[in-house]
Structures are given as C-alpha cells and as structure tokens.
Ligand binder design. Structure first.
Ligand SMILES: [Zn+2]
Length: 86
C-alpha cells in the first residue's frame, strides 16, 4: 500500500483509528490504536456487533447516519476503490 501521509498539525495521543462496519453502518474507534505513531502496529478490529472485520478509515472519515443507506453504500464504494479518508 501507499506510504503514510503526514497530516498538518500536532498529533495527539487521542488520535485513535476509526473503523467502519458497512454491514451495521456503524463506526467504532479502536482503543490503543494510532493514525500517526508507526510504533503502534495496525491490528484488525472485528465489529463488536456482527464480528465481521471492519474497514480501517482515516481520521477525516465522517460516518453517515445509520439510516442513510445510500450514503453508506457510497462510502463502501469509495472504500473499495481505495479511498481511506486520510
Ligand atoms: Zn457490524
């Protein structure tokens, strides 16, 4: 995959990684993860609800509302095309 992009601003320890479950149309933040600290290894994060592996999203990802099925389909489409919302 492409290298990590350094965003502007000062990273903080609370910069946890967003994961999205397209099946449940929910997002969760992974405890103990980091978008910026390469010493923190990336780990898979199964959905707490349906136990499917979730998609790792960038810090600029904004989740649609749960009822916004169309918007979620669009997000999933972008994700499958390689968009990571970094
Ligand atoms: Zn789920």
């Amino acid at each position: 995959m492409a290298g990590k992009r350094q965003g502007p601003g000062v990273p903080t320890a609370t910069n946890r990684v967003h994961f999205a479950c397209f099946g449940c149309r929910k997002t969760f933040k992974q405890a103990g993860s980091s978008n910026w600290d390469s010493n923190v290894p990336e780990r898979p994060f199964p959905c707490p609800e349906c136990k499917q592996p979730m998609a790792r999203m960038g810090r600029h990802f904004k989740a649609p509302r749960q009822r916004a099925v169309r918007a979620w389909q669009e997000v999933e489409r972008l994700y499958l095309q390689g968009e990571r919302f970094d």
